[in-house]
Write a protein that binds this ligand. Structure first.
Ligand SMILES: [Zn+2]
Length: 273
């Protein structure tokens, strides 16, 4: 299988990874906008999208972060302008440069000598309108995913939150034209679907071919579900989703002894060498 190559600039990946980690660890009511991610659109229900539910979530959080910064900035712009002080840059602006998404401010002003705070606001609006902010958030989501995909404990926390929303969903509440209702088996439960091979490979390599619970090396075994199993960390019948972030590798023994209701993983990892 051909793997996609991309350039990871590690542009504040750890900073945003930490933001996501905090959101998933502490009281999510502190960040009330989380529920908007799960109730404004339901893309995260689509089974095994390569741009996974977790990617979407990361992108959404970073977008909200930039959006808040922009609003604060626009409020401050007037104040700074009144005092004749130079306005600090947006968080997003410093990143835009490094991804060649630069919209030159003076070009945007088209030689205008007196710059008002409305101009700055318009410049910010333009950055959003031409899609630069969205593109930036998507790019950063790949970088953060790259860091966090290794952390199964954090992925369980994410999937646990997802499941609380999924559990409340009734397929009959979706419009006919959306096919979201086809993904459901029942109220609050998604259908089981075949796990695509790209997802199995990703998980297999992340676990270095070893069972997450007991560490048994399954690389020598035949490619068969008799020897190892791709497990939904949060089970479908508990509102779990079909997403690469919700899958782990278990040996058949651990899979059989794992209780139906268990949501478990381990924090054991194998060293690089
Ligand atoms: Zn095992």
């Amino acid at each position: 299988m051909e793997l996609e190559k991309w350039e990871n600039k590690y542009n504040n990946s750890y900073y945003y990874s930490n933001v996501i980690d905090n959101i998933l660890t502490y009281d999510i009511n502190l960040t009330g906008f989380i529920s908007e991610f799960f109730t404004d659109n339901y893309e995260y229900l689509r089974p095994f999208k390569k741009y996974s539910a977790f990617h979407q979530f990361i992108k959404y959080i970073i977008f909200r972060f930039f959006d808040d910064d922009m609003h604060t900035h626009d409020t401050k712009a007037f104040e700074y302008y009144e005092k004749g002080k130079e306005l600090p840059k947006l968080y997003a602006e410093s990143f835009l440069d490094s991804y060649d998404l630069r919209l030159d401010f003076s070009e945007f002003m088209d030689g205008k000598s007196i710059i008002t705070w409305q101009d700055i606001e318009e410049y910010h609006e333009e950055l959003a309108l031409i899609g630069y902010i969205e593109e930036l958030c998507e790019t950063l989501s790949h970088e953060v995913f790259y860091v966090l995909f290794n952390n199964r404990d954090l992925l369980i926390r994410f999937n646990h939150i997802v499941s609380q929303y999924v559990s409340d969903l009734d397929p009959l509440d979706f419009d006919e034209e959306d096919n979201f209702k086809d993904y459901f088996k029942d109220i609050g439960k998604l259908k089981r679907v075949l796990i695509p091979s790209w997802c199995k490979k990703a998980v297999f390599y992340r676990e270095k071919g070893r069972c997450c619970l007991c560490g048994t090396d399954v690389t020598g075994t035949l490619r068969s579900d008799d020897n190892y199993h791709f497990d939904h960390m949060v089970p479908l019948f508990q509102g779990g989703i079909n997403d690469v972030s919700n899958v782990q590798l278990l040996c058949s023994k651990c899979n059989l002894s794992k209780g139906k209701r268990d949501v478990i993983t381990s924090n054991y990892y194998f060293k690089w060498y």
